[in-house]
Design a protein around this ligand. Sequence first.
Ligand SMILES: Nc1ncnc2c1ncn2[C@@H]1O[C@H](COP(=O)(O)OP(=O)(O)O)[C@@H](O)[C@H]1O
Ligand SMILES: [Mg+2]
Length: 538
Amino acid sequence: MIIGTNGSGKSTILDALTFSLFNKPFRKINKPQLINTVNEKDCVVEVEFSIKGKEYKIVRGLKPAKFEVWVDGEVQDQDASANDQQKKLEQNILKLNFKSFTQIVILGSSTFVPFMQLPSAHRREVIEDLLDIKIFSSMNSLIKDKIRAIRDDVRTLELKRDSVKDKLKMQREFIEQIERSSKNDIAEKKDQIKIIASEANLYLCDNTKLVEEIDDIERVNIKWEPTTKNKLNNLRVKINNKKENTNREISFFEKNTVCPTCTQDIEEEFRLNRIENLNSSIEELDGGLSDLDSKINNENLKESQYNKLSQEVSTLNNEVSKNTIRVSGLQRQCRDLESEIQRITDQLANRNSEHEKLNEFNETLQGTYEDLATKTESIKNHDFAYSLLKDGGVKTKIIKQYLPLINKQVNRYLQMMDFFINFTLDEEFNETVQSPIHDNFSYASFSEGEKMRIDLALLFTWREVAAFKNSISTNLLIMDEVFDSSLDGLGTEEFLKIIRYVIKGANVFIISHKESLFDKFENVLRFEKVKGFSRKAP
Ligand SMILES: Nc1ncnc2c1ncn2[C@@H]1O[C@H](COP(=O)(O)OP(=O)(O)O)[C@@H](O)[C@H]1O
Ligand SMILES: [Mg+2]
């Protein structure tokens, strides 16, 4: 028994112990707070224990830092890092970690509330902690978050799918519309070409007729040239000149009988002969002139006819060339329309980019569907995992496996304490109590002493389950003021009975401030604090 007044430093032993073995205080304080504030240095803990015949000593200190592991009087590899040494100590020597140690070896008043006084949710926590299945609760909440995240992804993907579907539809319609309007355009242009071609054809037919007309005219038209007319006119002028000269000579011979130049007489016979000859010459010339005039007249007639027909031909030719110009204009229009049709056709054939876009949308949609399928599958899997991990799932299955063991142990301890009731915990950690005299009893109905027995039975059971679960065996048990409040009168006797007979072969350290227990233990360690330092009282 460790006894002492409040604040004498009893509970500090627990801090010292866990600090020495696990480099961590038992209470929720940090390591520097372990160092005594009076001298502020030289904090050292030495723990000696034996396991399977080997003697161990752990020395750990702060200010200066120190960590030594002694086995059978020999200090162990000091060259190894403190971390490695600590690992070795926990895994190879103690075979216990901080968590199991504080669950199995130490029962602290500050951490201990009787199980039956906890609400059901906290009972579940204790059991889950004990059975090391809290991990499933953490996994469960992780999975919940994951499912939520995947559902968000699914929603995003669904939005994407809908928008790509819309885009795809619009693109398809756009392509169809372009094709339709292009085809209409081409048809329209082909119609236009037909109209223009038939118009051109009309002009061409017209020209054929005109050419025929021209041919007809040219066939009837005489070849006329002004040379003949000119020659005739020249001849006329010459004949007229000759006639004038002849007339002048006639009038000379009629007026003159004497030569005015040489004054010689002109022989009358000669003169009359001459006049006669000249007059017959005149007659001849006149005959020639009238002949010539009729020829000229004829020529003039020919000319005017020729001119008239030539005029007609040139008018017709004019008409032909006008038509030709019209036709070539229309042909140009046709060519323009044809190249326009070609352009539209080419454009239609080269609408690759639009089709590429369409394919792209199709691929994206396909991908989105695949992603959605993957996500949906993933949700299904996570949902399944979730159903395994929630309270009714794997955890309950594990708890169910342990419940018979727990109930058996609790009842075994109760019997050891001469408390003959049948105590059962169900999956929800609610108790049922049956006994020959009590039916439908519950924890609350019992006296404080009886409650304490149930509490202890549960406590030892937890210890046993934890030990079993972690394959731990230890004979050390430290209870720090765990039952001080219920240890009065009858309770004390019961408690001591349990300690003596129930936990046989264990090294039990009871920390208490109850003076009444003082003479009930084979070893008593009294604590006192002097000038800020705790020590064993003399
Ligand atoms: N670092 C420290 N330096 C000096 N005194 C401390 C330090 N930490 C705690 N104390 C004091 O030491 C005492 C230890 O109390 P505790 O071990 O809980 O006593 P008990 O369990 O015997 O009632 C308390 O009075 C506390 O104020
Ligand atoms: Mg204390």
